[in-house]
Design a protein around this ligand. Structure first.
Ligand code: FES
Length: 515
């Protein structure tokens, strides 16, 4: 059972022309940095409202976290509403639900208005447990749904070969194809007044100017930072306010009739199930195995676990796609959306969607667009990046996440010794070269790309992602190509890299052994 494509299934429907980089200084009313669901949706809403918008991305549009989603459009975000009522209050839980419910409605109405062909389907969302301990948690969440007047019901079974104890159904949620949807919105931006630039990496902000890595400047009245991990935080230490979680998805065709629904368990390990149709072929998306970065097993272990469990439920499953994703989680599970600081209200950021980027990202786009258009939305307060609950929670958050640091330190001090001769084309390993940990990727029979595995953001050690052929940083989610080029920040600089012939590298490696 070998995966054919080490890429997200949504790549099949990502139909985009390539846009040029920003090559000279420009000014605009609204500058949007980051071309995922948040940036694209905000640009669409602002263009529609008559604003002059410029959107830039450091790589290609729709190539980051948005591409790696399972694309459930739901306000059922795991167990959260009972916790929000207890940790905060009813009003906070209400606002969180309303923001996400409205985001769901916005996506739906936009698809209807624009007649977008993106496989939008209505399904119930299920949260289930296979353990007796989970029953109370499900029942408490149901009580919270009831208080919030969410259309829901409890069930004792789900339509799969799984012995469950209890399920909580949130009725009438949605799912879609995210790249079909967003590719269409990008086309609409292109046909409208919005300027689009790719391969344009923002480095910092000075006053009202976004400074790019080649020092070109984009000056704007308002600046929206929609870059997964914010590339600019005005000295706020977001590294202590966000942690990254990794999870995995496999996709396989099925001839089994799918019973409908989107599923997520509350137990560990996590399992997520939905169906999608791409080019007339029905696929099951089977995901989970989430863990804090730096605490996972070898990637193949996580994929093997998904394949084993999928096999127990679905009859036929040659795996066609597999991919992993890194999501950011905030101190209190509520995303940060709003002004980067009180002193710089013209700069807004959005991050920390906790794996629920389709609705949280759309909610963020709506809130940021409303802010630019001077519309007041009281719900925004619970998402404010400078809310007091965040400051209070940071100490325990850091304590909880020190184990991540320990893992990273262990990784840094380990002395890898990869076997270059055993490396096949398309494989990578790490080795110690003259006291420095290096990552080497064999591109073909002769060419080797070697990178310094020290992440250029804050010095953690990157690990090889054998599924997507990238070097991924476990600390805050930066990803680099096998050549060391930044795909996704917060890292702004490429990994230091060199290209060798295999013979030269083996000679170099052997020379240090002989010393
Ligand atoms: Fe922060 Fe790598 S992303 S150290």
């Amino acid at each position: 059972m070998n995966a054919q494509n080490h890429e997200p299934i949504w790549n099949q429907t990502r139909h985009l022309k390539e846009y040029p980089p920003l090559s000279q200084n420009e000014s605009t009313e609204v500058a949007i940095i980051g071309g995922g669901i948040t940036g694209i949706t905000a640009a669409y809403l602002l263009q529609k409202a008559g604003k002059q918008v410029t959107i830039v991305d450091q790589g290609r549009f729709l190539n980051g976290t948005t591409l790696h989603t399972t694309a459930k459009i739901t306000a059922q975000h795991g167990l959260i509403y009972d916790q929000l009522i207890n940790s905060y209050n009813y009003q906070t839980a209400r606002h969180y639900y309303e923001a996400n419910h409205e985001a769901m409605q916005l996506i739906q109405s936009l698809i209807q208005d624009e007649q977008i062909n993106c496989d939008l389907q209505q399904h119930d969302a299920y949260l289930y447990t296979e353990t007796t301990e989970g029953i109370t948690k499900i029942e408490k969440e149901f009580e919270a749904y009831d208080r919030l007047n969410i259309n829901s019901q409890l069930a004792d079974s789900i339509p799969f070969n799984l012995e469950i104890e209890k399920a909580l159904i949130m009725k009438n949620q949605w799912q879609f194809n995210p790249t079909a949807y967003l590719s269409y919105l990008i086309q609409r931006l292109d046909q409208g007044s919005t300027k689009l630039y790719e391969h344009t990496a923002a480095r910092t902000i000075e006053e009202k100017s976004v400074i790019m890595e080649d020092n070109t400047e984009l000056t704007a009245d308002r600046i929206l930072i929609c870059t997964h991990f914010p590339f600019y935080t005005e000295n706020k230490l977001f590294s202590t306010r966000l942690h990254a979680e990794k999870s995995y998805v496999i996709a396989f065709p099925t001839a089994d009739p799918y019973p409908g629904g989107m599923y997520l368990n509350i137990d560990s390990p996590k399992r997520s199930i939905r169906e999608t149709t791409i080019n007339d072929q029905s696929y099951i998306l089977f995901g989970g195995e989430g863990h804090k970065v730096g605490q996972g097993e070898d990637m193949s272990t996580h994929y093997d676990a998904l394949k084993r469990d999928a096999k127990a439920i679905f009859s036929k499953q040659p795996i066609d796609y597999q991919w992993s994703t890194q999501d950011l989680v905030t101190v209190d599970k509520i995303p940060y959306i709003g002004p980067v600081s009180k002193e710089q209200p013209h700069i807004l950021l959005a991050t920390g969607y906790r794996k629920w980027g389709m609705t949280n990202g759309t909610a963020a786009a709506k809130m940021m667009a409303d802010d630019v258009l001077n519309k007041t939305d009281h719900k925004q307060n619970i998402f404010s990046p400078s809310r007091s609950s965040v400051t209070k929670g940071i100490t325990s958050f850091i304590k909880e996440n020190t184990d991540v640091t320990k893992h990273l330190l262990k990784n840094k001090l380990s002395h890898p010794k990869g076997d270059l001769e055993a490396l096949n084309p398309g494989q990578a390993t790490t080795l110690l070269l003259h006291g420095q940990r290096k990552g080497v990727y064999k591109a073909d029979t002769d060419q080797i790309y070697m990178v310094d595995t020290t992440c250029t953001h804050a010095g953690c050690e990157v690990n090889w992602n054998s599924a997507e052929h990238t070097w991924d940083c476990p600390c805050h989610g930066s990803r680099f190509t096998y050549k060391g080029e930044v795909i996704e920040g917060p890292a702004k600089e490429n990994l230091h890299h060199e290209q060798f012939s295999i013979i030269d590298l083996m000679k170099l490696n052997a020379s240090q052994d002989n010393k």
